[in-house]
Design a protein around this ligand. Structure first.
Ligand code: IMP
Ligand code: MG
Length: 196
């Protein structure tokens, strides 16, 4: 609680000096919108004769999913689950916890999991493993971003909107210590340095 309050006050102080204009723009909202239109059409065609269940990985997947679901032109069911590993750690991953899988009814459905960013791949691979136990017809994945880092796995999401260099990014759902999720585009901190 104390740490949360302290982070909040430091964030408010930081915001006075570092607005959006002081962050490095990595991907603009126009670029995101254009890509979502194209991918929405692709998904509508790929899943035309299937039983699509779109599952958002909260919280990071919130913005991409909200826009993507309005670009998909076929019927689908919408579900959510929650995964967290970064939390208040800031720029480094902690223990991965996944919630909400128990209440999903996906037997015989074609699942498309939507997340914000693919870094090591641990999050999506753990979710895929847990979802497989519920006997869906298929499981595919979509991420807004893939971070270009060396990875232990050769697995990559089936739909990727953008590849980015090895930078910590915020905005459009992505957070730093739970802040910045509401920025309309993707940004990095100047010199990739954490502000607080
Ligand atoms: P992975 O399990 O290593 O693939 O990491 C995926 C999760 O880590 C994402 O869903 C994000 O929540 C978080 N993450 C990874 N890189 C970043 C970043 O640059 N900014 C914000 N969150 C990130
Ligand atoms: Mg995430």
């Amino acid at each position: 609680m104390k740490t949360c309050l302290l982070n909040f006050f430091i964030f408010m102080l930081f915001s006075c000096f570092a607005g959006e204009e002081n962050l490095d723009l990595i991907i603009s909202s126009e670029e995101i919108a254009a890509k979502i239109k194209t991918v929405g059409k692709q998904i509508s065609s790929d899943y035309a004769n299937k039983n699509l269940s779109l599952i958002v990985v909260m919280k990071g997947g919130i913005c991409i999913t909200a826009d993507l679901m309005r670009a998909i032109e076929i019927p689908f069911k919408f579900e959510f689950l929650k995964a967290s590993s970064y939390g208040n750690n800031g720029m480094s991953a902690g223990k991965l916890t996944i919630n909400g899988i128990e209440s999903l009814d996906i037997e015989g459905r074609d699942v498309l999991l939507v997340d914000d960013i693919f870094e090591t791949g641990n999050t999506l691979q753990r979710i895929i493993k847990e979802l497989s136990a519920k006997n869906p017809s298929s499981i595919k994945t979509l991420t807004l971003l893939v971070k270009e880092i060396p990875r232990k796995t050769s697995y990559l999401p089936d739909y990727i909107l953008f590849h980015i260099p090895d930078l910590f990014v915020i905005g459009y759902g992505l957070d730093y210590k739970e802040f910045y999720r509401g920025l309309p585009a993707i940004y990095a901190f100047p010199e990739n340095k954490a502000p607080f």
